[in-house]
Design a protein around this ligand. Structure first.
Ligand code: MG
Length: 331
């Protein structure tokens, strides 16, 4: 099959800068692509790289798109190299036809609390909205300050709620050990990327030494790195951003075969890429855990954010997304 192929760049300011251990993030750049088959049926995909996370860069992804040309055959699309995980994700989704969901299902969504003491002010509103799962970025401030806020947060959390901590690799091993000791017997679902991704010995050692579940995020950009960690005996959680990890079918079959414990998470893509991922989580055996898509409105623009995604995802959110409208908006 040969498709007509087009792509368009986007650059969208974030409604509010995202603060992480990597600094402040103020805008999102990426590419939407469109494939149309010989019968006129169109499919759309989103390329949303995070180079500091180990993906291809946006210029490199754009260069691949340019080289695909105005018409691309299956063999050419299949030949996009594995290191272009974001391009492969987008191409695979565009090729798959956008069939409506036949069987509705539901999954909880974890919501992001702001870093630092602002988390305490944000919590009551999020509880009111019905969230059960909360994520809080740590390693943004000093360890002892954040441990104090952590105690206050747990005191404000009802018994049914669970907290995820995400250090983005920002602790050294001693700081991580102090934190993980404090997490024992607390309602902490997991601690994400306590130390930098390359320090395999520290990550495996901390997972062994402390009872709290650990999750790998920056350590697992794509499927190959997740498989590497499985080979090392990792038994914790894998946070996977499917938009960075190649075709969803490959991810789903790996998760089903190995029973890997996944959290499926946003890479700050638009609603186009997000709807492809959320369709997959409702139709394939990917995850039972709350979805890492509770980041709120990213662009402050319904066209790019899609409908507000609340504490529970069901098929109605996905069916409300119209990729062709987003495509047209870039013209
Ligand atoms: Mg993370």
């Amino acid at each position: 099959m040969a498709y007509s192929f087009q792509f368009r760049r986007y650059r969208l300011p974030l409604r509010a800068p995202l603060r992480t251990a990597h600094g402040a993030w103020t805008e999102r750049e990426g590419i939407l692509l469109r494939l149309q088959d010989a019968t006129g049926r169109a499919g759309y995909g989103e390329i949303a790289p995070l180079p500091w996370f180990g993906t291809e860069t946006l210029p490199a992804a754009e260069e691949i798109c340019r080289r695909l040309g105005a018409s691309a055959a299956d063999e050419v699309l299949d030949a996009v190299p594995a290191r272009f995980g974001c391009v492969r994700f987008a191409v695979a989704e565009a090729r798959r036809q956008t069939a409506k969901l036949a069987t509705p299902a539901r999954l909880p969504v974890a919501t992001l609390l702001p870093a630092g003491r602002e988390a305490l002010a944000a919590l009551p509103g999020k509880l009111e909205a019905g969230y059960l799962s909360f994520k809080w970025k740590v390693a943004v401030g000093a360890v002892d300050d954040e441990l104090g806020i952590f105690d206050d947060l747990l005191a404000a959390l009802p018994a049914y709620a669970r907290l995820r901590l995400d250090a983005n690799g920002g602790w050294d091993r001693r700081q991580a050990a102090k934190w993980l000791a404090r997490c024992a017997e607390r309602p902490v679902e997991f601690v994400e990327q306590p130390v930098q991704p390359g320090d395999e010995a520290a990550l495996l050692g901390l997972a062994e030494d402390y009872p709290v579940t650990l999750a790998l995020d920056e350590s697992v950009t794509g499927l190959a790195s997740a498989q590497h960690w499985q080979g090392l005996g990792w038994r914790g959680v894998f946070v996977i951003k499917p938009a960075l990890a190649g075709p969803l079918d490959e991810l789903a079959s790996w998760a089903a075969t190995t029973k890997a414990d996944l959290v499926v998470s946003s890479a700050i893509e638009t609603a186009l890429g997000r709807s492809a991922i959320l369709r997959a989580v409702l139709t394939r055996p990917l995850t039972q855990r709350a979805l890492g898509f509770g980041v709120g409105d990213i662009f402050g623009d319904r066209r790019w954010d899609g409908p507000f995604l609340g504490p529970v995802l069901d098929a109605s959110w996905i069916n409300a997304i119209k990729p062709e409208d987003m495509w047209t908006a870039l013209n």
